[in-house]
Design a protein around this ligand. Sequence first.
Ligand SMILES: [Zn+2]
Length: 67
Amino acid sequence: MPTYHYRCKSCGYDFTEQQSFEDDPITVCPQCGQAQVRKVFSAVSIEFKGHGFYRTDSSSSSSKSSD
Ligand SMILES: [Zn+2]
């Protein structure tokens, strides 16, 4: 299913929605409720790629000051 990119012209809310080709485009903003949503045509795919995804694991340092 293709992912469409929308942006609200009223509040600037930016979101993506997975829709089929038969679905009507979203016009009402889920954020502010205004019918100011326009479809954004971006060349860049918004899909998350597997590469480059890493997490910084902040290991908890158990600092015991024993005397
Ligand atoms: Zn809005």
